[in-house]
Design a protein around this ligand. Structure first.
Ligand code: SF4
Length: 350
């Protein structure tokens, strides 16, 4: 059987595990420090632990749960990592360099069942959820690389392959670990969870009053269009989604982000921008307009820069704040799931 990664245990879980094994619970913070401050990859390096404890840790856990299969680096330094997990599954993680710091976009599932029609990840059905520790591994692998140049992961977005709210408990464990002062100590406000709109989990999240950012993949301003682009809309149509979001935003005093991928001739007209503004105006929210990285299989095209700027202007004129994200890594397989989709195709062909 595959060995579990120790990253699967949050601090509390590690304390419980130590207690169960007749060890002192204060060892949890020592182990955490070795894992997340000194970032060692072998239990033998944990020199302040008794040899007997090191032996049990080695019998029970591995540390790093991912191995690198392929890495592509774009001209703008965006790096895309294809990782293999212990069961042979592959996932993608992306490192982006912004002027406000380094952001890592992590995957939360192997494949995705949400079936958004513009998404390369949706082409490969969900095989399984990632464990919290596997997600931590995505960050730790990249942090280890950044250590060599003396820099760190500043922001995390859970926006890669998978729907985080379809894997709620593991995603929350991941967030706790990277956010913990004893873990990577990445501030909650630097961690963004992006959902396509699973309303019951948005309500759970609202009730937990956590400080992580919430982003909603909206991508269409009407049910008629969103039904076509995102099957999840049949289950949770826009009015139901907006009610849940208002409840979250008002109860938590947090600003929401609406993600909106601009698809040429599909959702990028002035009329769409006005509809979108009408939906969001008055909320504590802004719209993040994202250029589409074309995925050959889906037949969508990317909106040209002039149309994107006009869309942005219409939103601003109608009282909605927006940002227009620049394209990242469009000279590599940068669309979400694209590198993995190609890898899986090659694997099946061979
Ligand atoms: S956009 Fe996100 S939720 Fe939709 S299919 Fe792709 S990975 Fe899944």
């Amino acid at each position: 059987m595959d060995m579990q990664t120790i990253y699967d245990l949050d601090l509390q879980g590690l304390e419980a595990w130590l207690k169960e094994h007749g060890e002192k619970t204060y060892r949890a913070k020592q182990i955490y420090s070795w894992l997340y401050r000194k970032r060692v990859l072998g239990f033998d390096e944990m020199t302040d632990l008794p040899a007997s404890l090191i032996a049990v840790l080695k019998e029970t856990f591995v540390i790093m749960p991912v191995t690198l299969v392929e890495k592509q680096v774009a001209r703008d330094k965006t790096a895309k990592y294809l990782f293999e997990l212990s069961d042979g599954s592959t996932i993608e993680t992306v490192l982006m360099h912004f002027n406000f710091g380094k952001s890592v976009c992590v995957s939360s599932q192997v494949g995705c069942n949400m079936g958004c029609t513009f998404c390369a990840s949706g082409l490969l059905k969900k095989q399984r959820d990632l464990t919290g520790g596997e997600m931590v591994g995505e960050i730790m692998y990249i942090q280890k690389e950044l250590d060599a140049e003396g820099s760190r992961v500043d922001n995390i977005v859970i926006m890669g392959t998978g729907e985080p709210f379809d894997n709620y408990d593991n995603v929350m464990l991941f967030c706790r670990t990277v956010n913990s002062d004893h873990g990577l100590a990445i501030g909650a406000r630097h961690i963004t969870i992006s959902t396509c709109g699973i309303v019951p989990r948005i309500n759970d999240f609202a009730d937990e009053h956590l400080q992580y950012n919430l982003a909603i993949s909206l991508h269409a301003p009407s049910d008629e269009l969103r039904d076509r682009l995102m099957p999840v809309n049949h289950a949770y149509p826009i009015p139901v989604l907006m009610n849940a979001l208002k409840r979250y935003s008002e109860g938590n005093h947090r600003r929401l982000t609406f993600e909106y991928i601009l698809l040429k001739g599909v959702n990028d007209s002035d009329g769409h921008a006005v509809q979108l503004a009408d939906l969001i105006r008055g909320m504590n929210a802004y719209v993040n307009l994202i250029p589409y990285n074309q995925v050959d299989e889906n037949g969508y095209g990317s909106t040209d820069e002039r149309t994107a700027l006009r869309f942005y202007d219409v939103l601003m004129k109608h009282g909605v704040k927006a940002t227009l994200r620049s394209k990242h890594g469009d000279d590599i397989d940068a669309a979400c799931g694209q590198l993995r989709a190609r890898h899986e195709r090659n694997r099946n062909d061979s």
